[in-house]
Design a protein around this ligand. Structure first.
Ligand code: AOS
Ligand code: ZN
Ligand code: ZN
Length: 388
């Protein structure tokens, strides 16, 4: 039988991190459909993120992206965030949009280009110092498009050298998380293509280096929860980049494509004590909205993570383990499915009310009039991020 008070307190303590770029205009390589009222600078992105936290109560962290969120005074940005009731989360580097990085950044054959990329990564750690961020999030688009283009092994050596330089720069309370992706934008090889490559590099670097699991970064049919369970067992799961995919790295709203998979992933996290923010696993959303309204889409994603988390917390672990130990295949599966098939919306409505919030975060946001206000106020100029 589940301990509902304990489930409720875990849900109230959950910390979800939203991506600054999720509030700005973004798109696919085919088109960016600019929306009215989007933020014109990182200060306005934080204002929108604060609305998500105000409506949900569990989204106090905002992940920044450099250079998309570069400002002259990061101390001012940090203070602005705190005035809004949110905090700066992970700092995301970007070594994928400079012309010099056409055939790679930290893995590039030219040491001068590698030095430029490493300098950017070290500058991101400076931003961490200035904003109080404790995590540097690294995703490299590095890879090759044709057999013979470059030496696969040499690129791994170059990668290790760069990661070592960054690791050495980290302060005692800082860490780095390395994100893998099975393809895109490179198509023949990607230098950090899978969890094993990220894990191997992080293991070599030391305890402050961990793996990022982006739920859109696997080949179709990959059992992501297996990867999550293994990384948790090794103490090497650093962060999630939650999103949804039907085909590739679609960056759609979390849980929109496969809520059962999201539940199975969170069951592994809940079972292995990973839900506790002190466990150091960042629950970040990494999504880009091409056709849907941005702030409500992020609120929906937060709600979907909460629902999957609530279901995972309702799994009767004693009954599950007893059925597993007895080799009761159907019984064990039934225990898990009972939790997944539970409608947790009433429970979450109670949790929100106990937190002093509207039980319906989307209605709460709509009632603020923020959507109409930003369209009226933010005339001209849109902060582009992803896409054309
Ligand atoms: C790119 O596909 C990765 O998912 C990145 O995590 C993310 O989109 C990037 O961090 C934004 O800079
Ligand atoms: Zn990601
Ligand atoms: Zn991605």
């Amino acid at each position: 039988m589940s301990d509902i008070p304990a489930v409720k307190s875990a849900l109230k303590a959950q910390v979800i991190e939203t991506p600054s770029w999720g509030y700005g205009n973004s798109g696919t390589r085919f088109k960016v459909f600019a929306q009215q009222g989007v933020p014109r600078d990182p200060f306005e992105k934080l204002a929108d993120a604060a609305r998500v936290h105000a409506a949900t109560g569990v989204a106090p962290l905002v992940s920044l992206h450099i250079p998309w969120d570069t400002v002259p005074d990061y101390g001012k940005l940090r203070a602005h965030a705190e005035d809004l009731g949110v905090r700066i989360g992970m700092i995301n580097s970007n070594t994928f949009q400079d012309d010099d990085y056409r055939i790679g950044s930290v893995c590039h054959p030219d040491p001068a280009v590698r030095r430029k990329a490493i300098a950017h990564l070290l500058a991101c750690v400076d931003v961490m110092d200035a904003t109080g961020s404790t995590a540097l999030k690294l995703w490299f688009a590095d890879g090759t498009n044709y057999p013979g283009q470059d030496d696969i092994t040499a690129r791994q050596d170059r990668l290790h050298e760069a990661l070592q330089a960054v690791y050495a720069r980290l302060g005692p309370e800082q860490r780095m998380v390395l994100e893998y992706k099975f393809f895109e934008p490179a198509f023949y090889t990607t230098d950090v293509p899978d969890w094993g490559t990220s894990y191997a590099h992080c293991l070599k670097l030391g305890p402050k280096a961990k793996v990022v699991v982006d739920t859109g970064h696997h080949a179709p049919g990959t059992n992501i929860e297996f990867i999550v369970a293994l990384l948790l067992r090794e103490g090497k799961l650093g962060a999630f980049d939650f999103n949804s995919r039907f085909y590739a790295d679609d960056d759609l709203m979390v849980g929109a494509a496969d809520p059962f998979q999201l539940f199975r992933i969170l069951h592994e996290v809940a079972k292995n004590g990973g839900l506790d923010a002190a466990n150091g696993v960042a629950f970040m959303l990494d999504q880009c909205h091409n056709i849907e309204a941005k702030i409500p889409a992020i609120i929906r994603s937060v709600m979907n993570v909460q629902e999957a988390t609530a279901k995972a917390l309702l799994v009767d672990l004693d009954a599950l383990r007893a059925a597993q130990a007895a080799g009761d295949v159907l019984g064990a599966n039934a225990v898990l499915m009972d939790a997944y098939n539970t409608d947790v919306r009433p429970l979450l409505a109670e949790v929100r009310q106990e937190m002093g919030l509207n039980p319906d975060p989307l209605a709460a946001y709509a009632a603020t009039g923020h959507a109409e206000k930003i369209i009226a106020d933010r005339v001209g100029g849109t902060q582009a991020g992803w896409g054309a």
